[in-house]
Design a protein around this ligand. Structure first.
Ligand code: UTP
Length: 289
């Protein structure tokens, strides 16, 4: 199994980040000095992905514009001696082969991924949620791809989450295989207390076989009347082997305010231009709190 393609569903309405997301896609909100989506694409590329399909919608054209060339701006930058920035902009557009498909109706994450069927064809593929970013030594998606390729099956990534947070995610029934890898026996979306099988939730990264498409197409609407990816995964893990990687790294959900602020702080602290400045600023600020 070789994973070359990735799908980034980014057609959600971003209602938890309103009013900021009324006209700016939440995936394009700047995290320190680049949009959230760029971090996700960098993770995909450094995990070996070559072709990236972004699932978008009619109000999110800023995403395809960002990963395009902008010759007028590049010439202006070069004329004013800012060659490095001009090259940086071009390098972003050249990072991967970008493709786009519109989700015409916002019918859920599973429905968004089903739009990728013709692009994916008959190969395994990665999914990276458009608002989940990772900070890790080894790219999180790469950790999943290695497991998927080793066990020749689908793979979902996740981590242990607290009892309080679990009802917002999903619960999994897992059997240990080795190291950080488990077999997935069952998955339940947004569990009630009596449905909890473990605190290991699935968080934003997947490697799926194309079997998922028939399953998604046949799924009835689930929670909120939407086609839920987790319902599809629950079915896929019963039909075929699926492994779970308890990934090494920190995950940030930038789709809500506190997750976005945590990511902003942590990435700014790590950034070479802002790290020292922010550390000092926080220390000074803390004295007055
Ligand atoms: P979320 O549930 O976090 O995104 O979906 P949302 O629907 O934009 O969130 P709120 O609740 O309104 O704030 C996870 C990912 O799936 C995409 C989103 O863009 C996000 O990257 N998604 C969700 C779609 O592409 N299509 C959908 O119909 C729903």
């Amino acid at each position: 199994m070789k994973v070359r393609k990735a799908v980034i569903p980014a057609a959600g309405l971003g209602t938890r980040m309103l009013p900021a997301t009324k006209t700016i896609p939440k995936e394009m909100l700047p995290l320190v000095d680049k949009p959230v989506l760029q971090y996700i694409i960098e993770e995909a590329v450094s995990s070996g992905i070559e072709d990236i399909l972004i699932v978008t919608n009619r109000s999110k054209t800023a995403m395809d514009d960002y990963f395009d060339y902008y010759p007028e701006l590049e010439h202006r930058l070069i004329r004013s001696g800012k060659d490095e920035m001009a090259h940086e902009l071009r390098a972003v557009a050249d990072m991967a082969n970008f493709f786009y498909v519109r989700q015409r109706e916002t019918k859920g994450l599973g429905h968004a991924i089903a739009r990728a069927r013709r692009f994916i064809g008959d190969e395994p593929f990665a999914v990276l949620l458009g608002d989940d970013i990772m900070m890790s030594e080894k790219p999180v998606l790469k950790q999943l791809i290695e497991a998927a390729e080793k066990y020749n099956c689908s793979c979902v990534g996740g981590q242990w989450v607290s009892d309080e947070m679990l009802p917002a995610y999903c619960t999994t029934d897992l059997a240990h295989v080795e190291g950080r890898v488990y077999d997935v026996r069952h998955i339940v979306e947004k569990p009630k207390p009596e449905e909890v099988m473990s605190n290991y939730a699935i968080l934003g990264r997947y490697v799926l076989t194309p079997d998922i498409f028939d399953i998604l197409d046949a799924l009835p609407p689930g929670r909120n009347g939407e086609i839920q990816l987790t319902d599809g995964l629950a079915e896929l893990c019963h039909q075929k082997r699926m492994v779970y990687v308890d990934f090494d790294g920190r995950r940030y959900d930038t789709g809500h305010l506190t997750g976005f602020l945590e990511a902003t702080l942590d990435f700014a602290l790590k950034h070479e231009e802002t790290g020292d400045w922010l550390r000092n600023y926080i220390k000074e600020k803390a004295k007055t709190l």
